[in-house]
Design a protein around this ligand. Sequence first.
Ligand code: COA
Length: 168
Amino acid sequence: MTYAIRPVESELELVEAFDVMGAQFPKPLTHEDRHFTDLARRFPQDRSMMLVVEDEGRLVGGALAFRGGEADPGCDVTLRIIALVPEHRRRGLGRRLVERIEQEATRLGVRGIGLGADEAVGFYRRLGYRGKGGMYKALPLSSHDDPGSRRRALEELRERRRARLQGH
Ligand SMILES: CC(C)(COP(=O)(O)OP(=O)(O)OC[C@H]1O[C@@H](n2cnc3c(N)ncnc32)[C@H](O)[C@@H]1OP(=O)(O)O)[C@@H](O)C(=O)NCCC(=O)NCCS
């Protein structure tokens, strides 16, 4: 199997990716679910953290994250959903997806990654996430000291406020 991990290409593909991932849970989720709303709002700005896995052109899973956290919207990334269809699990793809989101979040100067974990707590623990229910991992500090990344984070925050005020 030749896997390709790449960012979601379009809003339409974001919907498809969420539905494929959502179908992997005991209580399936679809993009009609409120959990999809934040992702759609952050597309395409945070597209680099919205990833799909393809196996010979077929979408077999992915991980979708965006900037914005419950506690501190300017500083955190939320990993909203990660899932692979069963026959592609336990091959290291979940780890690759999370690590790629972490790299991208670090590049963007984000402080840490939070997620709500009802399932697969053991998986997240292996990747360094801590907590119960709400899990969190702090990212390396180096990029936070980069004034460029602080400026970008601030601009980002302003842009979000502007969008909110304009009712988007
Ligand atoms: C959770 C999920 C994304 C993990 O992806 P994966 O590709 O199977 O995981 P990986 O092969 O990259 O595993 C990474 C590490 O976590 C461990 N691991 C994987 N799934 C685990 C689980 N359910 N419990 C405990 N450890 C787990 C692996 O053994 C591996 O450890 P190692 O690298 O030290 O050997 C996948 O099992 C899945 O799609 N599950 C259904 C949907 C789901 O529950 N999503 C998470 C909640 S949003």
